[in-house]
Design a protein around this ligand. Structure first.
Ligand code: NDP
Length: 241
């Protein structure tokens, strides 16, 4: 059987990134797993995995991890720019440090991630970029001011990249989930914001499993290279907004 291509994922240490890593690994892909918590990446114990401690704010660290994994497993054919942080808060009270962090990780981090693989994909005229946005990249929500800003950024950049890369046969898929059961809320420091998010989540019967997101990304990736699912927008059925 032909060797399956290398798939790279940022933020693979928990939640959607971890679930996607498991899905692609189960489908036989070697995986490059990146996040700050190296122990969590290693604990996944996936076959043919390369685990690297990477902060997506460090452009050179991502490039180095990609070079190392490619030396072992050949070119990255899919990069999932998934790492992100949601420090949701009332914008009138939110400390500016929290904006800085979100902007650096969710926007510049995504660009750093794309940059590490884009030239190779263009040269090979093959590859898939999976861009983690959110339903909050399509419309705004209370207490999501800067988070929404970062995810609108991902949507805009993804559409521009999709147009640009279409000439090179490279696919760009945007993922826009609603409420998914992960560790994402651990970044919320504003107690009122957290309480109202949890209240709303309860009303919709909780979030849905990250495994569903991982499987959908795998399904979209497995289509022929000439077929592109441009966006996966997935929410709990009972999520109204
Ligand atoms: P988790 O908190 O479970 O996962 C976030 C991942 O991002 C972790 O693996 C974390 O790893 C990684 N990460 C955060 N900051 C950095 C950094 N500076 N460098 C490298 N890795 C980093 O939450 P989710 O799985 O939910 O989040 C994944 C993505 O999905 C995010 O972009 C989020 O905005 C988006 N999203 C989530 C939704 C949800 O309801 N859960 C809905 C819509 C979008 P580590 O801390 O080890 O570095």
């Amino acid at each position: 059987m032909a060797r399956k291509p290398l798939v790279a994922i940022t933020g693979a240490s928990s939640g959607i990134g971890e679930a996607t890593a498991r899905a692609f690994s189960a489908a036989g892909h070697p995986v490059l797993l990146m996040a700050r918590r190296l122990d969590r990446l290693q604990a996944l114990n996936l076959p043919n995995s390369v685990c690297r401690q990477v902060d997506v704010r460090d452009r050179e660290a991502i490039a180095r991890a990609v070079r190392d994994a490619e030396a072992e497993h050949g070119p990255v054919d899919m990069m999932f720019a998934n790492a992100g942080i949601a420090r949701l808060a009332d914008i009138g009270r939110q400390p500016p440090d929290e904006w800085d962090e979100m902007i650096d990780i969710n926007t510049k981090g995504v660009m750093n991630t794309v940059h590490a693989v884009m030239t190779g994909m263009i040269e090979r005229e093959h590859g898939t970029l999976v861009m983690m946005s959110s339903i909050a990249g399509r419309k705004v929500y209370p207490d999501h001011t800067v988070y929404c800003g970062t995810k609108f950024f991902v949507h805009a950049v993804s559409e521009s990249l999709r147009e640009y890369l279409s000439d090179y046969n490279v696919r760009v898929l945007v993922v826009s989930p609603g409420v998914i059961e992960t560790e994402v809320l651990s970044a919320v420091n504003d107690p009122q914001t957290l309480a109202s998010y949890k209240e709303n989540k309860k009303k919709m019967g909780g979030g849905i499993s990250a495994d569903i997101v991982g499987e959908l990304i795998l399904d979209a990736y497995q289509l022929p290279q000439r077929a592109l699912v441009q966006e996966i927008c997935l929410t709990p059925t009972r999520q109204k907004f």
